[in-house]
Design a protein around this ligand. Sequence first.
Ligand code: SAM
Length: 288
Amino acid sequence: MPHRTRPPFARRGARAARSGGCDSGDVVGESVAEAYGRRWSAGAAVRAEHFAALSRPAWEAVLAAVGVGEGTTLLDVACGSGELAALARARGAAVHGIDAAEAMIALARTAVPGADLRVGTLEALPWPDAAFDVVTGFNAFQFAPDVVAALAEAARVTRSGGRVAVCNWGGAGPQDLVAVTHDLQALAPDAALVPRRPIGEPGVLEELLRAAGLRPSAAGDVAVPYAPPDRRTLERGMFAAGNLRHVERHLGPEAAAAALATAAAPFRRADGSYLFHSTFRWVVARRD
Ligand SMILES: C[S@@+](CC[C@H](N)C(=O)[O-])C[C@H]1O[C@@H](n2cnc3c(N)ncnc32)[C@H](O)[C@@H]1O
């Protein structure tokens, strides 16, 4: 897997031109990664405030599974606001990260001062071959138009004997948040910029990792419940960033709030709070 110099963002002119850029804030001619970077930058701080803690059990499970410790060199792709990188540093790792959203990287630089954190796409990582012991991607690779190519890029920067760890909504447990998200995304064109693929379903990540030349070696499911205390908090969190921010812009705040209330009604409790049961599936794969 030789290291090639590539442009950081591949163009997606035809798609953007077809969609007209419309209400999405996307710019005709920008890449998928740039468009996602824009969507995730806009509400990065609010998203972090609402969701940073949610994934923590999955981050901890993966860091333990790959044995991250003193001196491990770790790259987190689509690192968001940097919480996983901060946990890895607390274990003694030398941490690196990349995200398409400038505002996410700004937050990550605060969470992990002095770390090597860059704005860019996971499709073309700006590091040489075999640079890392561990490469992680949480809720990340599904944003790539070509998931296998993105995993192969992660494999390229992983040393021989190192590991690539991927984590996505999925596994055998409930998927309440995903169900609500899908209901809402169906209401806006171009809500997702790449086709939805069930990459967290058991066996699918393993297949994708094998196709990228990696050897799956461990996997697990982690429960990640989400319990906003009221409807307002739910709205702020769900529409903060990413594809659902696009949905809110498309529908307008009132219609979006009404659609969310309908989709989330099955998870509303008598006191007005909500409880969503969700599951992350993680898979660790070895680079031979
Ligand atoms: C659901 S968030 C996950 C963030 C973080 N990994 C976590 O677990 O909290 C998705 C992140 O992927 C980033 N992203 C989307 N497409 C990307 C791409 N092509 N390259 C790098 N980052 C991307 C977004 O900017 C956003 O920060």
